[in-house]
Design a protein around this ligand. Structure first.
Ligand SMILES: [Zn+2]
Length: 403
């Protein structure tokens, strides 16, 4: 969940004055937690672990760094029973990628909403926080960098009243055992339980109208709906999937890519505000059409094209395997980067206003769209931005592995 362009005013988290009663409790809790952390094997039943987690969170909000080092992270989804993975239509990718506690919680939570699949909940969990693995602000404590949202499913705590979490949440927003069922309640209330809408708000995305509507209420962008729907499809076993031709799940090992039939990819290929060139030794057009690009690169291209006319000079094919002058594998090699050599018909250069504007626009992005590396001619001066001799004539946008 991410803020609209004009986010509501931030409400400060409650602060605990130094030396309060809670401070004394925190000291005791540190002792308790340290002894638990050092003890082998599970000492507490799941319900007790959950209760301890809730108390730990309140103390953690008070800002104790010593406590953070002994709190489990990410915390287990302790309420959900184990699931029989043979009966849930999970792909091998899903079983590899989703922590078992999260998987069980997604499966159980989805059952409360008849038209919701656990794979959709897992798709949201992947896009929002990589199933709680993200160490970004707001995932395990506090609020995200936009100052609104928190927990593994990134619920908004500061909108409303009532806030989205107050409307759908029960318990601890940072605990997947509470946050994932809340997300299921929200999706059901936002469209999955009622009649389908008369028109599809994201016609360039596979899937039912009602699901698109519910996901747009989670994050109001069709690239977001596409990411969640595509990941949900990848998490579904091929034998049970209804099939989405062209949404490739694997990466090519050799040879040229076949064109994808994913309507989102086709929309990018036919978007008049996105063109390609072979003038820099790369061949980006078939790469774009293949559907093999990381979903985040597909998403940033769709979002960029809403604001700028761009020309792609490199995606994957033709790029050197390593980052220039290093033995580090380039994000281009693993389909996670794009180079743009023209913005609004101007060649990218240190004196191009459009390229400078695009670079500043990238710096305003929050959440899943925010790049992990941006090379440009402009000295922005902070991460993830850099400039060097190799980035005077294009803007490079790259994403890191989600691990
Ligand atoms: Zn590049």
């Amino acid at each position: 969940m991410h803020p609209s362009p004009t986010p509501p005013p931030r409400q400060p988290l409650p602060r605990v004055p130094p030396g309060s009663v809670l401070g004394a409790v925190a000291v005791l809790l540190v002792v308790t937690l340290v002894s638990i952390a050092q003890a082998p094997g599970p000492l507490l039943p799941p319900a007790a672990q959950h209760a301890l987690g809730a108390v730990g969170q309140k103390v953690r909000s008070a800002g104790g760094t010593a406590l953070q080092s002994v709190l489990p992270s990410p915390r287990p989804a302790a309420k959900a029973p184990a699931v029989d993975t043979a009966t849930i239509n999970a792909s091998s990718q899903a079983l590899r990628d989703i922590p078992s506690g999260y998987l069980a919680t997604y499966v159980v939570a989805a059952k409360q909403c008849p038209r919701l699949t656990w794979q959709v909940l897992a798709g949201i969990g992947k896009v929002e926080t990589n199933h709680g693995r993200s160490q970004a602000p707001g995932v395990h404590s506090g609020l995200n960098s936009a100052g609104c949202c928190a927990g593994p499913m990134q619920f908004n705590l500061t909108n409303g009243p009532p806030s989205t979490w107050d409307a759908f949440g029960r318990g601890d927003v940072y605990d997947p055992a509470d946050a994932i069922p809340a997300a299921a309640r929200k999706l059901c209330a936002n469209g999955l339980a009622g009649p389908p809408p008369p028109r599809d708000a994201c016609p360039q995305v596979h899937g039912p109208f009602a699901l698109h509507q519910a996901l747009l209420r989670y994050n109001n962008a069709c690239w977001y709906v596409h990411e969640v729907v595509t990941i949900a499809q990848r998490y579904t076993s091929p034998a049970s999937s209804t099939g989405t031709p062209g949404t490739s799940t694997g990466k090519p090992t050799a040879g040229r890519a076949a064109a994808s039939h994913d309507p989102f990819v086709l929309a990018l290929v036919h978007n008049p505000r996105i063109t390609t060139t072979t003038s820099h030794g790369c061949d980006p057009a078939p790469d774009l059409a293949s559907g093999w690009l990381d979903l985040r690169v597909q998403s940033i291209l769709a979002a960029v094209a809403d604001h700028y006319k761009v020309r792609i000079s490199c995606l994957h094919t033709g790029h050197s395997k390593y980052v220039k002058g290093t033995t580090r594998v380039s994000n281009h090699t693993v389909w996670r980067a794009v180079d743009l050599d023209q913005v609004d018909d101007q060649p990218v250069s240190p004196t191009s206003p459009a390229a400078r504007d695009l670079t500043g626009w990238l710096d305003g992005l929050q959440g899943p769209l925010r790049p992990d590396e941006v090379g440009s001619p402009f000295p922005i001066g902070h991460q993830p931005f850099f400039t060097d001799d190799g980035h005077q004539a294009h803007v490079h946008i790259g994403y890191s592995a989600l691990q």
